[in-house]
Structures are given as structure tokens and as C-alpha cells.
Design a protein around this ligand. Structure first.
Ligand code: URA
Length: 424
């Protein structure tokens, strides 16, 4: 491969030029090998953040990240289909969705990540289940897909290693919210994972990386284009992330809520999105089974128990409980017209549900429980939120994050849609 000087690549993008395919392949490969230093990649990521990349550059960057590792070859006897969310607050949908879609007849290889910024990570949530193990070998993943139909685990070390390094670097350099960087990050992992179909849940709103609907639509289109170009049948739903999904935000609290959904209860928005994404996944897998019926039948809960048990977890074990609970009371009476997702996400993160540095552990019991949803009537002084933590010193910073999170009005807010758009 032709070599370049990293500083020339950085300057080219800094000055608004398009990088050549050779430059992109070299810089991604050299960064993965440690030849391009972290500070050089940080500068390049910022230049990409500010200047963007066109469709050709994004496709080449994605290909280079896939080629930085190896592709999984899953030998599974049913159609494989996966879903990926661009990251939200209270977004535990993967937990009920994977066993639900498996119960309908597809195989779901859900290789997941940890929290990024104020958004939670699926693996951090599942690790609150006593004994549950995130790291599986390719052999274990394949065996579990064939026996249970669903696996949620950490990406294997060979899968898009360039993304693993770059993802952690972007988290600490303010370069997460970039369409080409998010699209190439997500699609490199998903294409390398080898699933035949992929449904993307592209979040928009205060708790999403893409705050505006236009940006989120551009991200959805970019993701679908990359998937189709690589032969992966891909569709995307654009969904609202202005208020947390469901009532629970954190780790163990979100697992508990996912189990409620699998047992036929749970918040209406979590059920709605789980079923909508399941329908999209089953359509890609060409399976005509009604996921709402399967969810109500309890079969998906049985698959969940088998999936957790297969990874060493005890689905019946009590989940960790917080050492301290602080109540945030409604400041006035009326209708809750807004509960800001970003603020609640930051509060949960500060309470210990997320990490300040990538090597930090998370607190399994930390998080926020929302006792009312937008549209509900609230009474001054009555509990609105519960703040859970094992480190009460964290509570003042969490309360500060929540200072403008709540709006209460005399009239109810206009009901909004959760699912805003579909791209295929
Ligand atoms: N999820 C990813 O996998 N990558 C990003 O960059 C953002 C969300």
C-alpha cells in the first residue's frame, strides 16, 4: 500500500479537500497499526467533523475500517437479521427485540457496544445480570444462534478494530456527532458481522447525536446507501429521542423494564418501538409472523431466559439495587409537557450509569426512573423522577443536569409520534 505523510492527509481535509481512496485506506490502516499517532487521528477526525466527507470518501472509509479486521462467517441455518440504534436515552429496545425476533424464526447476532457519552450501552446494561458474560468466541456465537436464535454480546476483537480505536478517540475529542464518522462506524461493524439484513433505528432530538431531523435523515440515507452498496438489505426508521424511551434510564433499571415488556407489560412506547423494529427485521428476513402476537404469548420471554442462561447469567436472580435513592419532585402542578432526554441521560451518566473515562467501571444500579411521561398530569411536590446511585456525592451534579429538564404547563402537550419516517 502506498504510504503518505499523516500531516498531509490532515492538511488536505482541514483545507476542505476530498481525500483520495489511497489516502483513506492508508490512514485507517496506519492508525490501526499505531503508525499514525492518536493526536494525528484526533486532528483528522476533527477535520472530518468540520469539513465532512462525500459519499465516495465515506464508502471508502467504511471499507477500510472493515478491512482493518476480519469478517465473521456465521454458519446459521435460519435467516440472519440485526438492528442497530444510533444511540439514545433509555434505549433498551435491543433487550426485548433480539429474543422476540428469534422467537419469530430469524437468527439475531446482536454485537453490541458500551455507553458512548450520555447514551447507554447494551453490554453495560446486561452486565447487571449476575453471571452474564459479554465476551463470546465466534464458535460460541454460532452455537448460540443455532440453539437459541439470539445472541447479544461484545464485538469479537477482530471485528473492525479501526472502529474500536476511533470510537474511543471520538468520545473524548468532541468528534462523535458527524454523519460520515457515525455512518462508517456503525456500518463497518455491521457489515463485518455478516448479517444478511439490517434495520437501523436512527434517533433524532435532544437525546440523540443528531439533534435535527434533517441531519438524522441524512444519516439514515447514508447508512442505507452503505448497507445496500455492500449487499446488506438495509432499512431505517427515524425515531423521536426528545424524551427518554420508557421510564427507566440506566443499567439494571433498564433490564428490569425490558423484562416487563417481555412478560407482556412495560411502557407503551417501548412496546411500540420493539414491535415496529421487529416487523422491519422480519420483513427483511422474509418471515411472515406477527411479532405483537409472539410478544403477548410469552414465547419471547422464554427465549430471553434461554439467551441469558446460555451466557452464564441467571434470569431469575434479583437485579442490583441502589444504595441511595433521591426523589426529584414536580416543581408545580399541571401537565408534564417536556422531559428532556439529554438532561436525563446526563443525570443518569453522572449518577454512575456511564463512564467519565473509557477504562472506568459503571455502577449497575445507577440511573433514573421517570415516574411520569409527557402528557401525564403531575402535582406540585409529588415525585417525578427517582435518582438511583451508590455514590450520593454524585447527586448534586445530577440535579444540576436536570435543572431545565422539566416543563409543566396548564394544558396538555400535542401528542407527538415516536416513529417519524422510514427510509429504504
Ligand atoms: N454508534 C456507533 O456504533 N458509532 C457511532 O459513531 C455512534 C453510535
Amino acid at each position: 500500500m502506498k504510504a503518505f505523510a499523516a500531516v498531509d492527509v490532515i492538511r488536505a481535509k482541514r483545507d476542505g479537500g476530498a481525500l483520495s481512496d489511497e489516502q483513506i485506506r492508508w490512514v485507517v490502516d496506519a492508525y490501526t497499526r499505531g503508525e499514525v499517532a492518536e493526536e494525528q487521528m484526533a486532528a483528522l477526525a476533527m477535520a472530518v467533523f468540520l469539513r465532512g466527507m462525500d459519499a465516495r470518501e465515506t464508502a471508502t472509509w467504511t471499507g477500510a475500517m472493515i478491512d482493518s479486521g476480519s469478517r465473521l462467517s456465521l454458519r446459521v441455518d435460519r435467516p440472519t437479521v440485526d438492528k442497530h440504534s444510533t444511540g439514545g436515552v433509555g434505549d433498551k429496545i435491543t433487550l426485548p427485540l433480539a429474543p422476540l425476533v428469534a422467537s419469530c424464526g430469524a437468527a439475531v447476532p446482536q454485537l453490541s457496544g458500551r455507553g458512548l457519552g450520555h447514551t447507554g450501552g447494551t453490554l453495560d446494561k446486561l452486565e447487571s445480570i449476575p453471571g452474564w458474560r459479554a465476551a463470546l468466541s465466534v464458535g460460541e456465537i454460532t452455537a448460540q444462534l443455532n440453539s437459541v436464535g439470539a445472541v447479544i454480546c461484545a464485538a469479537t476483537s477482530g471485528l473492525a478494530p479501526a472502529d474500536r480505536k476511533l470510537y474511543a478517540l471520538r468520545d473524548v475529542t468532541g468528534t462523535v456527532e458527524s454523519v460520515p464518522l457515525i455512518a462508517s462506524s456503525i456500518m463497518s461493524k455491521k457489515i463485518a458481522e455478516g448479517s444478511a439484513g439490517l434495520v437501523l433505528d436512527v434517533k433524532t432530538g435532544s437525546g440523540a447525536f443528531m439533534k435535527s431531523r434533517e441531519q438524522a435523515l441524512e444519516l439514515a440515507r447514508t447508512l442505507v446507501e452503505i448497507g445496500s452498496a455492500h449487499g446488506v438489505a438495509t432499512t431505517a426508521l427515524l425515531t423521536d429521542m426528545n424524551t427518554p424511551l420508557g421510564s427507566a434510564v440506566g443499567n439494571a433499571v433498564e433490564v428490569a423494564e425490558a423484562v416487563e415488556v417481555l412478560q407482556g407489560g412495560g411502557p407503551a412506547d417501548v412496546v411500540e418501538l420493539t414491535v415496529a423494529l421487529a416487523r422491519e427485521m422480519l420483513a427483511l428476513a422474509d418471515i411472515s409472523v406477527d411479532p405483537a402476537r409472539v410478544l403477548a404469548s410469552g414465547e419471547a420471554y422464554e427465549t430471553w431466559c434461554r439467551m441469558i442462561t446460555a451466557q452464564g447469567g441467571d434470569p431469575a436472580a434479583p437485579l442490583p439495587q441502589p444504595g441511595h435513592v433521591t426523589v426529584f419532585a414536580a416543581p408545580s402542578s399541571g401537565y408534564l409537557s417536556a422531559l428532556d432526554a439529554y438532561a436525563v441521560g446526563v443525570a443518569a451518566w453522572r449518577l454512575g450509569a456511564g463512564r467519565a473515562r473509557k477504562e472506568d467501571p459503571v455502577q449497575h444500579a445507577a440511573g433514573v426512573r421517570c415516574l411520569a411521561k409527557p402528557g401525564d398530569r403531575v402535582v406540585a411536590g409529588e415525585p417525578l423522577l427517582e435518582l438511583h446511585t451508590d455514590t450520593p456525592d454524585a447527586v448534586p451534579a445530577a440535579l444540576e443536569a436536570l435543572s431545565d429538564a422539566v416543563q409543566i404547563t396548564d394544558t396538555p402537550p400535542e401528542p407527538g409520534n415516536l416513529i417519524l419516517h422510514r427510509t429504504d
